[in-house]
Design a binder for this molecule. Structure first.
Ligand code: MCA
Ligand code: AMP
Length: 505
């Protein structure tokens, strides 16, 4: 059983039809996908890698990037996608932790990425540009266009996705061929993928939403994807009339609603808009319906579980809820004592099913902590079921900020700020943001007389961590508010931040 075989068995009979159309007018047929992934799979295979080799990839979005993912799966290795925003310190951590046999990076990053990789023991570093340049394709060009997909057991790893940790240490969620195949099949049926569907793909390829939920749906349906390098509201309005399915994070929907020319006629051909990765505001849901006549389908997932809950395709899609547990997925909301909550009662969301990951890479203790004795995974999200079985997420027990669909763990940012000259301590919180839903904000206690400004903090952080993690606002205080247990009261800081923002607005 190899996930790639599942996709290939669903490619259209006529493999000369278009699988991927790029924004710069290139067409890749299903034959191209097969042959190009075979070439890269042959290249990887001929490197004589260990069976469980990790292939770490930090490249800009392109059809070749997706083909590299498919080639890795075909060759039986483990795909490890990395956000292109990650800087040296972040990349060093992932590469050191995952010990990939192969690293693929953008040509312009070869210098610093290869240095990190070689120092961590990686033997092969290739480059791949978003314009079909780079050593990966040069080397793959010499390989055969046929490859016998490597057989894998359902529990063998297909991918590792790093999720930031509450303790500041990122954890690699290990996803198996079974996890990904089962979720792809369930979503294919649940969202009624059908002949003639065309996916407008504007999500990044390094997280669950763009790589698995969106791409897998189209691959499993033999559907064409219109590939945009990134989300751009104008381009979406231009391409939507040729698409039937669109998937995005709430920020995408907010931006579409601000785009002149985005109306019912632009969406006339679309049958499904999906939102996820962050909470969709009821206002956005309502305004979208009013403007376009479409009811956005909101669903809920995690890197560790892929998708677990979704609003229905045919039934009622309820604003402010993430819907019903997917078929074969068991979701429960429990109290502190572990007993199930009644409808309407708030508790911890837990999940069990074929979609739930195998564990955290080389962290058996952390893995054990996150599962209940009866095998449910603790999501760290807090929610409630209503009488009809719809789940609402009302909060998170984990200290997490979701900004424009990207996750930021305050602890990680705090540790970078605390290392700065002139800082005594800091607290990082999420504050409401009109575009990103939530934005990162930092509250800092300076050493007496330290000449540290908001601009300096932001500039220093930008040189060290991914841009989306950098606070949009920094506030200096004399001391952090603490409760009687000595814990920083982040709710007080959030309110203070919001009050200051309102005053300066
Ligand atoms: C960019 N910036 C951000 C973000 N993105 N800041 C905070 N949060 C962000 N998400 C920074 C830029 O670096 C820049 O900083 C400034 O904000 C403005 O950039 P802009 O050009 O507006 O940004 P953009 O390039 O248009 O990107 C915004 C975006 C993008 C399109 C919303 O963030 C995006 O594609 N998000 C989708 C994330 C996603 O796929 N999540 C799925 C995770 P400066 O001006 O300082 O340079 S998978 C998942 O969560 C689970 C499992 C699930 O359920 O799906
Ligand atoms: P990640 O670590 O990237 O896998 O992000 C997973 C987290 O995103 C979940 O634990 C939720 O907190 C959040 N999330 C995903 N989808 C939704 C949604 N539709 N509404 C609210 N939160 C969501």
């Amino acid at each position: 059983m190899n996930l790639y075989d599942l996709f290939a068995s669903r490619f259209p009979e006529d493999r000369t039809t278009c699988a991927i159309e790029t924004h710069d007018g290139l067409y890749y047929t299903w034959n191209d996908i097969e042959r190009a992934s075979a070439k890269i799979a042959n290249l990887l295979h001929n490197l004589d890698l260990p069976d469980d080799a990790r292939i770490a990839v930090q490249v800009e979005k392109s059809a070749e990037a997706l083909i590299l993912y498919l080639a890795t799966i075909r060759a039986g290795y483990v795909y490890l996608p990395l956000n292109t925003a990650y800087r040296a310190a972040e990349m060093a951590y992932f590469i050191h932790d995952a010990e990939p046999s192969v690293v693929v990076c953008s040509p312009q990053n070869f210098g610093w990425v290869s240095q990190i990789a070689f120092m961590s023991g990686t033997r092969h570093v290739f480059t791949l540009g978003d314009d079909r340049t780079g050593s990966l394709l040069v080397r793959a060009a010499l390989q055969s266009t046929s490859f016998h997909t490597v057989d894998r057991k359902p529990d063998d790893l297909a991918a590792i996705l790093y999720t930031s940790g509450t303790t500041g240490r990122s954890k690699g969620a290990m996803l198996t061929h079974r996890n990904l195949a089962s979720n792809a099949m369930v979503l294919h049926d649940y969202w009624r993928w059908q002949p003639g569907d065309v996916l407008l793909h504007a999500l990044p390829l390094f997280h669950v939403h763009g790589l698995f939920v969106a791409s897998h749906g189209a691959l499993l349906n033999g559907s064409k994807m219109i590939f945009l390098p990134k989300f751009d509201a104008k381009e979406i309005v231009r391409d939507l009339p040729r698409a039937t399915v669109f998937m995005g994070v709430p920020t995408h929907y907010v931006r579409l609603l601000s785009e002149p020319g985005f109306d019912a006629s632009a969406c006339a051909n679309v049958r499904l808009f999906v939102s996820g990765s962050a909470p969709l505001l009821t206002d956005t849901f309502d305004e979208f319906k009013e403007r376009t006549g479409h009811t956005i389908l909101e669903r809920y997932g995690m890197s560790e579980t892929t998708m677990l809950v979704s609003n229905p395709y045919d039934g009622e899609r309820v604003a402010g809820t993430v819907g019903l547990p997917l078929p074969d997925v068991s979701v429960r909301v429990v109290r502190g004592d572990g007993l199930p909550c009644d409808a309407g009662e708030i508790g911890d969301i837990q999940v069990k099913g074929p979609n739930v990951f195998k564990g955290y890479w080389r962290m058996p203790e952390k893995t054990a902590e996150e599962f209940t004795p009866d095998g449910y995974f603790r999501t760290g999200d807090v929610g409630k079921f209503d009488e009809k079985g719809y789940l609402s997420i009302v909060g998170r027990s984990k200290d997490l900020i979701i900004s424009g669909g990207y996750n930021v763990y305050p602890k990680e940012i705090e540790s970078f700020i605390d290392e700065m000259d002139g800082v005594v301590e800091s607290a990082v919180v999420g504050v409401p943001h009109p575009d990103f839903g939530e934005a990162v904000a930092a509250v800092i206690v300076k050493k007496p007389g330290a000449p540290l400004s908001e601009e300096q903090v932001i500039a220093q952080l930008k040189s060290r961590i991914a841009n989306f993690k950098v606070p949009k606002r920094v506030m200096f205080v004399d001391e952090l508010p603490r409760n009687t247990m000595g814990k920083v009261q982040k709710n007080v800081l959030r309110e203070k931040m919001q009050a200051t923002a309102a005053e300066t607005a």
